[in-house]
Design a protein around this ligand. Structure first.
Ligand SMILES: [Zn+2]
Length: 489
């Protein structure tokens, strides 16, 4: 048989053998994930917990000893600079983390919004935030996870107590600021630890600090040292609870934030009343990025009065917004946008509430950028990456959970170096994506049958020719003149 295969003229047969051997690999992109994982048992499903400490600026972990953040960094990865999205506020950035798109695409363009077409307002501080329509310009990851047949759990993350596209998280706690961090951790660990058919695979957990203290004290206050150390202790609590539950080694844990914080100064206040009458416009959202909706027919007048009014305030028409902000193409973005320079506050007059710390400014400012550390079986160890965009976190999480990402502004390629190398030989550990139960096996079977038939036909033909050497010889003679003629063409 081997001698037969080596004979001249049997290349096609060898190719067929090779293709048959490779067929399972060719079908695999839909039948397996890249780690070669399929057909595994439910207990090995990947777990991912995303934790946000609101307003935890990227450099806080170096300001005071933060041993628990450093444990996560040393055992996993850290990204030195995470460029979050504009505006650098809480709701827009938390929704980007779980959708991978900019605010103009997911529609949560600010903590407070106005929809001109519906004449409705949104505020993170009122029940308007439960109105689904504000959230449904994008699909958050917990919805995608559940539509793929998996389960999610959410503790206080913005938007998780809202029915979005008809779906709540599999398990969730409605927002209640009086619930302690420790209770929140215990709750989500309970959901991760339940019976496998009920346990969640993806969890999100939110904590309000150090944002609240940052606003009240200002980030330059020495009192912030204690606040930051307290957050590190909470990270330590989370690590210990995960260990006690036997989840620490199998959990992929991301600890990050929505934005940073910068110091404000009472002398640096821009009072709009000095430049334009309140009767001419509606004020939307809060400093440092304020939406201005001029009264009908007053757009040019308001714009001209504000333009060049104060050197510490940028004034943009919506269509003039810098492209890098990706903050233009949404009806909830007001016709005129005011943006204070870092450290400055925009008010109508000084009777407004002044804070010593704030965020919302240009997302390329380092003071506006959040911390990012992550550890777990999916991540490399002791690796520091210089730069990442927060929109890349969504495709990273989809990859870890093995769910297909929806269209987004991020890229897994940008963050692939955060991931542990794929094992050469792996035991199945990741369930197939829901979409993988599709046509791939049918196509694979069809191709297999076609190739087996092709192989048999070639095999029979070669055996027949071998047994009829004289006929073969005559064929060669008959073809010779034609070949010679061809050479002279
Ligand atoms: Zn804040």
């Amino acid at each position: 048989m081997l001698g037969f295969l080596k004979r001249e003229g049997c290349d096609s047969l060898i190719c067929l053998w090779a293709m048959l051997l490779l067929l399972p690999l060719q079908v695999s992109p839909h039948g397996h994930d890249q780690s070669g994982t399929r057909g595994h048992s439910i207990p090995d499903r990947p777990k991912l917990l995303l934790v946000s400490f609101d307003g935890f600026r990227c450099d806080y972990i170096y300001r005071v000893p933060t041993p628990n953040f450093h444990i996560l960094k040393d055992e996993g990865v850290m990204v030195d600079q995470v460029e979050n999205i504009y505006i650098t506020k809480t709701f827009p950035n938390h929704y980007t983390l779980v959708t991978g798109v900019y605010a103009e695409t997911h529609g949560i363009v600010a903590n407070e919004m106005f929809d001109s077409s519906l004449n409705q307002s949104f505020s993170m501080e009122t029940d308007s935030r439960f109105d689904s329509h504000w959230w449904e310009e994008a699909v958050p990851l917990w919805v995608t996870v559940q539509k793929a047949g998996r389960r999610s759990g959410a503790v206080m993350w913005p938007g998780t107590d809202v029915k979005i596209h008809g779906v709540y998280p599999s398990k969730y706690l409605p927002y209640n600021s009086s619930v302690s961090f420790e209770s929140r951790v215990e709750q989500i660990i309970e959901w991760f630890s339940g019976p496998e058919e009920e346990a969640v695979d993806f969890g999100v957990l939110y904590w309000e600090e150090p944002d609240e203290s940052g606003h009240r004290l200002g980030p330059q206050s020495s009192q912030m040292d204690e606040v930051i150390a307290g957050i590190d202790e909470k990270v330590g609590f989370l690590i210990n609870e995960l260990k006690k539950a036997g989840l620490y080694e199998k959990m992929n844990l991301i600890v990050t934030s929505d934005h940073g914080m910068t110091q404000l100064f009472a002398d640096n206040i821009i009072e709009l009343d000095e430049y334009v009458s309140r009767d001419l416009y509606m004020w939307v959202d809060k400093s440092p990025v304020v939406g201005i909706l001029p009264k009908e027919g007053k757009l040019e007048e308001v714009y001209n009065k504000l333009l060049d009014a104060n050197p510490n305030m940028m004034v943009y028409r919506k269509e003039e917004m810098p492209p890098r902000y990706h903050y233009q193409h949404n009806s909830r973005i007001m016709p005129i946008i005011l943006e204070a320079k870092e450290g400055w506050t925009i008010m109508q007059n000084r009777t407004g509430h002044f804070m010593l710390g704030n965020h919302g400014y240009d997302n390329t400012l380092r003071s506006m950028q959040p911390v990012f550390v992550a550890r777990g079986p999916a991540f490399r160890q002791n690796h520091v990456k210089p730069f990442m965009r927060s929109v890349d976190i969504y495709p990273l999480m989809c990859h870890i959970l093995s769910v297909r990402p929806l269209p987004n502004n991020g890229s897994l390629l940008n963050v692939q170096d955060l991931l542990a190398p794929e094992p050469v030989t792996s035991t199945p550990s990741v369930p197939p994506r829901a979409e993988e139960y599709s046509y791939a096996p049918v196509v694979g079977c069809f191709l297999s049958v076609v190739m087996v038939i092709g192989f048999l036909m070639v095999f029979i033909r070669e055996v027949t020719l071998r047994q009829l050497p004289s006929l073969q010889h005559r064929r060669r003679e008959m073809s010779q003149p034609l070949l010679q003629e061809d050479l002279h063409l």
